[in-house]
Design a protein around this ligand. Structure first.
Ligand code: HEC
Length: 155
């Protein structure tokens, strides 16, 4: 990058930083008003769901580790069995879905499908040696985590 251009980028970033610091109320607002829809699960199912969630996060970590080590088949297998369509029974998805608003169910289904698609992309990465498609497919999985977490909370 030419120095003049680099300077332009740096000053734009500085301007953005200044703007966001000048408006602290935006941050306070985000913290103070929780616009997520509260969903009520029976106690037992709530505990079970949160334990599943912690497992989802651990699964993402293991997938990232496998990708980083070039263990594409392992990444594919972890994703399919712990998050993908093959994991529905493991997670008791059927029991839990009946307590979810339909749009929340759709995001859950979207996550399982995205994880199965990631498995295919990871297998392809093993064949091609190009990891980019797999990383993008993994971001489609985390996009579903993000979508659900920004819209819903448990009561
Ligand atoms: C269909 C909705 C949905 C999807 C998809 C989803 N989550 Fe969650 N998750 C929730 C809800 C609801 C909570 C409870 C949040 C609250 O009450 O504040 C939660 C909580 C969590 C927690 C906190 C657990 C605890 O013990 O408090 C973690 C960690 C988490 N999710 C990880 C993930 C990850 C990682 C993914 C994606 C691979 C994911 N979740 C996908 C709905 C979802």
């Amino acid at each position: 990058m030419r120095p003049a251009k680099r300077f332009a980028v740096a000053s734009t970033l500085a301007a953005l930083a200044a703007t966001s610091c000048a408006t602290p109320s935006v941050h306070e607002h985000a913290a103070a008003t929780d616009t997520r829809v509260a969903v009520r699960f029976p106690d037992e199912l709530r505990r079970h769901t949160l334990a599943n969630m912690r497992d989802h996060l651990a699964t993402l970590q293991q997938i990232e580790q496998a990708l980083g080590r070039g263990e594409f088949d392992r990444a594919a297998e972890i994703s399919e069995h712990r998050l993908g369509l093959s994991s529905l029974e493991l997670h008791g998805a059927h029991d839990v879905a009946q307590y979810m608003p339909p749009a929340m169910q759709d995001i859950g289904t979207g996550m399982h499908k995205a994880a199965s698609r990631f498995s295919i992309a990871a297998t392809n990465a093993g064949a091609s040696g190009d990891v980019r498609g797999a990383i993008e497919a993994l971001s489609a999985v985390t996009a579903q985590c993000v979508a659900c977490h920004s819209a819903y909370r448990l009561e």
